[in-house]
Each structure stands twice: as C-alpha cells, then as structure tokens.
Design a protein around this ligand. Structure first.
Ligand code: AMP
Ligand code: ZN
Length: 671
C-alpha cells in the first residue's frame, strides 16, 4: 500500500518534471524561431514537442498553467524596435493534426448551435503575420504580431513590398492582417546567392520572410521580393461585411492581394476533399503552405463563439503531415568543415519528396548515428518538413540486408588522418589539425567569400588549384601570391591574373568585421563578428581581451568567448595576424562621422527610448563624434535616461558630476 503511494508520487513528480522540461524547451525554441529567426529544430520536431505537451496537459490538468506555451502567444518582440499596441488583439491558431480532430472541433460547434457551421477554407501560408493600420486611406504603420497585444514597428520594411498598398479606398480606421511570405523561386534565388557568398542559408521560406522583415537595411529588404496575402482584420467597422467570405471580397476591392484558392464549405465531406486535394497539390504552388485554415464564416457566430487566451474558438488550422518516403541508404559521407567539425551525411537512392528530388540527408552527429543504429543498405524513412536538408526519421529494421554493416563514426579525420576529438560541450567531433587540407580549403574559400573579405575571382576551384600547386596553404599566403607562378598555371590568362591581383589588393580595405568573420573562428558568425569589431574597434584590443571582458557583451556567452580567446592564443593564428598587418589588411573599425556636435562627450543610455533602438542611439551619438561607454564613472558626461531607467540612474545621481538628460534634451543638443 505504502509502496503504491510512493510509486504514484514518484510518477507524478516525473510527469511534472517532464512538463516543466517541455515548456522550457518549447519556449527556448520559440525564442529561436520568432525572435532570432534561427531555429535549431525542424517544424516537424517542434510540432511533436507541442503535441506531447498538449497531451500531458490534457491528461494531467493539475499542471495546467497560464504561462504555458500552449496557452500563450509566442512573442516575436526583440526589443530592437519601437513597439506599438494593437487596437484589437492578434491571435494565434489552434492546430488539428488529423481530419478527425477537425471533425470533432466542428462537431462541438454544431452541438452548441444546432447546425453544422458554414466554414471558409483557406491555405495556411507559411510566412510571417503582419498587422497593417490604415487611416484616411493611407498606411500609417505596419507591425508584427508581437505578443498578441503589441507588435514591433516594421513599417519601413513593409513599404517596400509591392503587394501592400500604400493607399486604399476605405477612409475609416482599419487594421488589416495577413501573411508576408517568400515565393519559392525567390527563396531559391536568395539561398543560391547566400551559398555563393559563403553566408548561412535560410532553413526555409518562412524563416527567410521573418528574417527579412526584421532587417535594418531596407535596401536589402526591397531587393528580396516578398509578397503578402491578406485575410483578416482587427479594428474594423464596415457593417455591410458580415462574413469571412465577404471580407475576402472587400479586401480584394481595397487593392490587397487575396489568395483565390479559398472556398466556402458546408459539410465534412467537402472539407475532407479540399484538405486532401491540397495535401498533394501544395507542391505545385509557387509558395509554401503547411496546412488549411478553417474559419466559421459568419461574423455573428464568430463573436458568439469567442476566443481563448491564445486563439479564436471559431477557427482551427489543419496541419499537413510532412511527406515521408522510404528509400535506400547507399553510403554515409563524413565531411570536414572549415572549423574542423566532422558531420555525417547520408547518401540516398534518389527519391521524389515534397516537390523535389532528394539524394542526401543530414545525420547531424555521432549521437544521431547511434540513435538510428544505421547500417549501410538500410531502408530509411525520409522527411522534408520545411527544411532544405531532408532528415532521416527512422530505419525499417525488417528490411535490413543480412550482411549489412553498421555505420560507425570514424576515429580519425577522413581527410588527414588526425585523431578526432569530441568537443566538451556537445556531440560534435573535430579534427584539430590546423593544416588539414579539407579545412585549409574550406577556410580559404570562406575567407575569400563575399560575406568575408570578398575576393572576386578567387573561388573554390582556383583555391584548390593553388593549394595543389603549393602556392598557398594559409590565409596570409593570399597576400604573398607569386603571380609569375599563377600565370604559369594552365589556363591562367594575363588579364584574369591582373583582375585577381586587383581584387586581392581591394580586399585589404574590407571592413574589419568582415575580415574578422573571414578568420572562421568557431561560433563567430557574421553577426558576432560585427559585434566584436564594433566593441573592440581594432585587432589588438580584441586580441588582448580576457574572457571576463568578452562575456560582458550581451550577445557573447561563455562558449563564444572561450572560442575567441583560444583562437588568439594559438601561435599559428598570431603569425597570421602579424602577416596580415604587414600586408596592410584593414584590422580596425572606422566609424562614419557626420558631425561633431557631441565631440569628446561621453554618454551612457539607461531605460527604453521611444525614438531609437539601442543600436540606433549608439550610432547617432558616434556619428556626432560622441562616445558611448558602458559604466557610470567620473568619465561619464551624460546619462541619457529613457522610460524605466535602471540602477545606473541612481549611481549617476550619487556621483553628482553626471548630467542627466532625457530624449528631448538629447535631441536639443543636436540642433
Ligand atoms: P501559429 O504560427 O502556429 O500560431 O499559427 C497561426 C498563424 O498562422 C497566424 O498568426 C497567421 O500568421 C498564420 N496564417 C497563415 N495563413 C493563415 C490564414 N489563411 N488565416 C489565418 N492565419 C493564417
Ligand atoms: Zn583533418
């Protein structure tokens, strides 16, 4: 009896722990997805996690919580932009993963109201939701969904999208809502361009759309041809429009792009056949959809049904399953990246999947190989769920050939034979031989790529040729190229050699952040490189930075910090830096100065400002010759205090020597 009770208690605490863990993980992935737009896992894996949490919460209602990600709208607010409150809330959608779930959802409504509701069926676009506020017929601002109550101001970016009219006929106040998305062709073009430039690829069009909407540089936004379909309203006062289907007509009349595939349905049979049709026909669309949204058509009935804290009770999203196919695993490659990370990649018998032919799939790392227990010749299940690189979800052991060999992670680098080391923080194995030919090639290609120092004409093939001929083996060798030998190489015409020489010369003037990115320091991508270059201003200050100093920077954690310290402690890297300096490569940040009204003055910002993000205010101060410092001290001239100032305000007041100003007074200083 006692045992039973303990058993139950133990089981309960195990479940509570599981729920806590799932919530924390989902929240972390929400942040990666909505705020950083750099998801770590596929939409499929994410949905699996949410489904599991929903199931547990339904079975153990005692653990329900209003802060659970199943109840709260995930926020996309990054704090980098002005936030504007929505006039009407923006909701998320509840999901149904099968037609049975759809049926039971509608069945409940039928039971409550006495008849099967008329519904509108629409594509669930896989993009980024947007809120457009018009007044007097003009677009006033555009915001993201944010946390559902308020969103970030992305007006300038949205104005570049040709599908979004700057003016509409309707003169009253109105919030129009819909989805911004990347057409597939445009997405493919963008990723091809990024690949060539050596930049990180976007995982999927949704991600690319979200990343683009949040960019600071509107010229880049304008170049990416985003599109937008509108399908909903927030604040709205047009009494003639009484249903979703009428609303779609109204929005089209106003000049918005409205998806023409929507359909009014009156029965479950119609709904099923629409959903099944689009489950396969979706691969022929020029954009990605991940499901079908069902909305009760009548606005009166919608209002009667109301909303939960997160979603309307009159709508549901039927999510498609990721298409899964079986194929044969023919081989596993082990690829060595520029940082020495070794990643396994499955070579598959070609299979047609989700609209494309698939021949490779990622296997992530050694743990994944173990988990799947993969053997050569295995029949494997593959899915493509919004990601570019397909994923193996399982192995059919019954179909395994008798003599199949288990795939083992190599103990030595497949290229140079150096023993591999597992990094302390995870499941990745590295070849730590800095002269490993695979790494040398990748490292040099990366350094020369467009996102780094951008040496036009020095591509993968030529670099390989130079390495093979013994002309270069290190980054600094690029600046000591023996052009006579280059000329002597077969097919090298004098003109192209001269061009190459010119682009190598030009690369010396490249921005410090790009040179730094080019070094290929582990975990230092283009964003972190920018942050480091801005913070430390030149290579010597960065080189001398201690770990403690590095981790004080907001975006830099222990892992990145340690990697930077290790990089500069390495003597080969020190030699490289000395050689680059000697060659005249730019290793300093140059600030654009447009005035000197704040020359010699130091500033510190606390609290939130209404007109500037932190980055913008810093730029503004520096462009006028001022300097932003990070702590209150005798050297501080001005403390610029916004709303909800932090403890710095108290410190500055105590010191007495600091002038405390608000945003208005700051702007006065610039007049
Ligand atoms: P979720 O992102 O899972 O919360 O799903 C809800 C989101 O689906 C909404 O916020 C919209 O951005 C998006 N969505 C895409 N297509 C539609 C549509 N036709 N109707 C309503 N929402 C849609
Ligand atoms: Zn190696």
């Amino acid at each position: 009896m006692q045992d039973d009770i303990f058993g139950i208690l133990e089981e309960e605490s195990r479940i509570a722990e599981k729920i806590r863990h799932l919530r924390a993980e989902i929240k972390r992935h929400n942040r990666l997805y909505y705020q950083q737009t750099e998801p770590e896992i596929s939409d499929y894996d994410y949905d699996q996690m949410v489904k599991e949490l929903e199931k547990l919460e339904a079975a153990y209602p005692q653990y329900k919580e209003s802060a659970s990600p199943t109840v709260k709208v995930s926020s996309d607010i990054t704090g980098e932009r002005k936030v504007i409150e929505h006039k009407q809330r923006m909701y998320s959608l509840d999901n149904a993963y099968s037609l049975e779930e759809v049926q039971s959802f509608l069945g409940k409504i039928a039971l409550d109201t006495g008849s099967f509701p008329q519904v509108v069926l629409e594509h669930k676009l896989d993009g980024f939701s947007i809120n457009l506020y018009y007044k007097g017929g003009r677009l006033q601002y555009a915001t993201t969904r944010g946390d559902g109550y308020a969103g970030e101001d992305v007006t300038a970016n949205v104005r570049t999208i040709s599908d979004i009219p700057a003016e509409i006929k309707y003169q009253g106040e109105i919030e129009v809502r819909g989805e911004i998305y990347f057409p597939l062709a445009e997405f493919a073009r963008l990723n091809a361009e990024r690949e060539e430039a050596g930049e990180n690829l976007f995982a999927n069009p949704r991600n690319a759309a979200a990343g683009t909407i949040k960019l600071k540089d509107i010229d880049i936004v304008a170049k990416r041809k985003l599109k937008g379909y509108m399908y909903s309203v927030g604040l709205f006062d047009v009494s003639e429009v009484k249903s979703q289907s009428e609303l779609l007509v109204f929005l089209a009349e106003q000049g918005f792009c409205v998806n023409t595939s929507s359909k009014v349905a009156e029965s479950m049979a119609e709904i099923s056949s629409y959903c099944e049709f689009w489950d396969t026909a979706r691969y022929d669309l020029p954009f990605e959809i991940d499901g079908i949204v069902l909305k009760v058509n009548d606005f009166g009935l919608q209002q009667e049904l109301g909303n939960t804290a997160k979603s309307p009770k009159w709508a549901i999203a039927y999510k498609f399953k990721a298409e899964e196919k079986e194929t044969i695993l023919e081989a596993v490659d082990f690829q060595v990246g520029r940082t020495g990370a070794v990643t396994p990649r499955a070579v598959l018998k070609a299979v047609h999947l989700a609209g494309t032919t698939v021949t490779h799939a990622t296997l992530h790392n050694a743990d994944e190989l173990e988990r799947l227990d993969i053997h050569l010749g295995d029949t494997v299940k593959v899915i493509k769920s919004g990601e570019i690189i397909p994923k193996i979800t399982g192995v059919d052991i019954n179909k395994r050939p008798e003599d199949a060999k288990k795939v083992v992670f190599p103990a030595k680098c497949p290229v140079c034979g150096t023993e591999l080391h597992r990094a302390a923080d995870g499941s990745i194995y590295y070849c730590n031989n800095i002269d490993c030919p695979a790494q040398v090639h990748r490292r040099l290609t990366h350094f020369a790529s467009r996102a780094a120092v951008d040496i036009d004409g020095l591509g993968e093939t030529l670099i390989q040729q130079f390495i093979d001929q013994g002309l270069i083996s290190r980054i600094e060798d690029i600046y000591e190229l023996d052009y006579d030998k280059v000329l002597a190489l077969e097919r090298q015409a004098a003109k192209s050699v001269a061009n190459l020489r010119r682009s190598i010369e030009q690369s010396k003037q490249q921005k410090f952040s790009k040179v730094l990115f080019g070094f290929g320091i582990r975990y230092v991508g283009d964003k972190i490189a920018k942050i480091l270059a801005e913070h430390f201003e030149d290579i010597d200050r960065l080189r001398e930075a201690k770990l403690e100093e590095l981790v004080e920077i907001e975006e830099i954690g222990e892992k990145i910090g340690q990697s930077v310290v290790d990089f500069f402690a390495n003597s080969t890297n020190q030699e490289m830096i000395a050689a680059l300096k000697k060659a005249g490569v730019n290793l300093k940040s140059v600030k654009a100065v447009s005035g000197d009204r704040l020359a010699g003055k130091t500033f510190l910002v606390t609290g939130s400002l209404t007109g500037y993000t932190r980055e913008e205010i810093k730029e503004k101060i520096e462009s006028e010759g001022g300097k932003v410092i990070s702590a209150v001290s005798k050297n501080l001239d001005y403390l610029l205090a916004g709303e909800k100032p932090g403890s710095k305000l108290g410190k500055a007041e105590k010191l007495g020597s600091v002038q405390i100003i608000d945003e208005k007074e700051f702007e006065e200083m610039l007049k």
